[in-house]
Design a binder for this molecule. Structure first.
Ligand code: NCD
Length: 303
């Protein structure tokens, strides 16, 4: 039995395999339509979610399985003070696999140590979000055909943005990748993420100026300033609109740039960009469902 807490819990070979299976699901969905018959997914969401929870649920339904769960902490016994450990011990009696989102960093790891079924981290605080990265990887693969030799720009809230942390961890395993990190001074990537890059000898630059680096980028990954992780409303208000992507800012961008965002967007990408063929954020949404299907098949060892 195997849980996924971080994207590095999957080897590069396994990521390739998941991309391959997701492509096969896209090509012949009927073949997979009954694979999970009799299986149940539990979605335990202690934090708000639209895409992650509903794509997990849609993924399980499209594989012929069933879904139970809750979408807010207040509707579970967490509101009565139950621990994560006891909650997942309980849910293990009812479900074959668990997807958990929690505001506390490490909560899904604690869950995986106490559950008797696989636990998938669906976002833990400002830490990690491995299944968003799976969606991102399939998108990069479908749009660019490779993971190697790409300049990856990440922009916005790099401090609290868990999707960025997982994406950097994943992409730093490929040859010839270079990171350009664009953020306000206060929202730079945490030192453990930079440490990860140093250990792997991956080149990166940090800047506050998106326009000056735009021409270099193959990927531009925009993120929302994570309001819910701020201690101080004034800081959020001051930083929230640091980067707003509008069509004029793309004038110097590559013609084959891909523009990504894990969503939800607040103000970071103007809707005028949605019709630009380089905009890939709604493709990520769909790709997330296929990769979650592939991941659940793998963890439950369904051939
Ligand atoms: C992200 C998250 O929850 O971290 N959303 C998602 O799962 N697609 C990004 C965000 O909330 O900004």
């Amino acid at each position: 039995m195997r849980s996924i807490n971080s994207i590095t819990d999957l080897s590069v070979e396994e990521l390739d395999e998941l991309v391959h299976v997701a492509e096969d699901i896209i090509a012949r969905p009927q073949y997979y339509a009954h694979k999970m018959e009799g299986k149940k997914l539990a979605t335990l969401f202690f934090e708000p979610s639209t895409r992650t929870r509903l794509s997990f649920e849609a993924a399980m339904y499209e594989l012929g399985g069933h879904v139970i769960g809750f979408s807010e902490a207040n509707s579970s016994s967490a509101a009565k003070g139950e621990s994560v450990a006891d909650t997942v011990r309980t849910i293990s009696c009812y479900a074959d696999i668990i997807a958990m989102r929690h505001p506390k960093e490490g909560a899904p790891l604690v869950a995986s140590m106490n559950a008797t079924v696989p636990v998938i981290n669906a976002g833990d605080g400002g830490h990690n979000h491995p299944t968003q990265t799976l969606a991102d990887l399939l998108t990069i693969h479908r749009e660019r055909g490779r993971f190697e030799n790409l300049v990856v720009g990440v922009c916005g809230d790099l401090k609290f943005g868990r999707t960025v942390h997982s994406l950097i961890e994943a992409m730093s395993r490929y040859e010839g990748v270079r990171f350009v990190m664009v953020s306000p001074e206060e929202l730079k990537v945490p030192s453990y993420v930079k440490q990860h890059l140093k250990v792997r000898n991956m080149p990166y630059t940090q800047t506050t100026d998106l326009l000056s680096v735009m021409p270099e980028l193959d990927i531009l990954y925009m993120t929302r300033v994570q309001k819910e992780r701020f201690f101080n409303e004034d800081d959020y208000v001051r930083l929230k609109d640091s980067y707003i992507l509008v069509p004029e800012k793309l004038e110097t961008a590559k013609k084959d740039l891909i523009i990504m965002h894990p969503l939800p967007r607040v103000n970071e990408i103007s809707v005028a960009i949605d019709t630009d063929p380089r905009a890939c954020y709604f493709k990520q949404v769909l790709n997330g469902k296929y990769m979650r299907m592939a991941l659940m098949l793998k963890l439950l060892e369904v051939a």
